[in-house]
Design a binder for this molecule. Structure first.
Ligand SMILES: [Zn+2]
Length: 221
């Protein structure tokens, strides 16, 4: 039955296929854009080109920790669609796009009063290893930054309100499939980092996100 349901779902997606309009306001950079100039058919669900649709690889996960993604605007149109994949996979995820403190004003207000059970995943000189956090299982909100190292650093620098929240890095990051692409030692993709952090916090398996990462890489993204 599950297989049948999935098949029907696929048909629905195909029936709804549309062509993303070309947005000529996007700068022509060397990075891969989600909106290339050519007219390609896209899956309306995962937003990948139809021939590399990842919907079959998405495993819904009922996470109890609220995931908040601070997404740098330059990531919004990136072909990897990380945030979209997180939204399709996780039951509790909120996305805020921006760079400056003003962009995240609503979040700042929220965290002025409730910081104790929040964790920011961002490595810096004062961050602590998440694996050794004594109250790790009390964390109910995890903040991650989606962007290149440079863009994530910019968000960190421009948002001092984040500095008042407990921040963490990984001491024993798992092997990454992403590393060879990132060409940076110990680097995890946002999907992998989220999976590892949530698995530590909730003491359960978030392997579905890693599998999705692998599926995405296999399809060249
Ligand atoms: Zn799809």
């Amino acid at each position: 039955m599950a297989l049948l349901a999935r098949t029907n779902l696929t048909k629905i997606f195909i029936a709804q296929v549309y062509i993303k309009p070309f947005d000529d306001t996007i700068p022509d950079t060397k990075t891969q854009l989600a909106y290339p100039m050519s007219k390609r058919l896209y899956c309306p669900q995962c937003q990948f080109p139809l021939k590399v649709c990842l919907c079959e690889s998405i495993i819904p996960i009922d996470n109890s920790t609220r995931l908040i993604v601070l997404q740098h605007p330059s990531e919004v149109r990136m072909a990897k669609n990380t945030v979209r994949l997180l939204q399709l996979s996780l039951a509790r995820v909120d996305v805020f796009s921006g760079e400056s403190a003003k962009d995240f004003a609503s979040l700042q207000t929220l965290f002025q009063h409730s910081i104790t059970n929040t964790a920011v995943l961002y490595p810096h000189e004062q961050s602590l290893p998440l694996e050794q956090h004594a109250s790790i299982h009390n964390i109910n909100t995890l903040i991650v930054i989606d962007g290149t190292w440079r863009k994530a650093y910019k968000i960190w620098q421009l948002n001092p309100w984040l500095w008042s929240l407990p921040s963490f890095h990984f001491e024993q990051a798992p092997n990454s499939n992403y590393q060879r692409v990132a060409k940076q030692p110990n680097s995890l993709s946002t999907l992998e980092a989220t999976a590892y952090a949530l698995s530590l916090i909730e003491q359960r398996n978030f392997q579905g996100l890693n599998q999705l990462q692998q599926a995405r890489q296999q399809k060249g993204f």
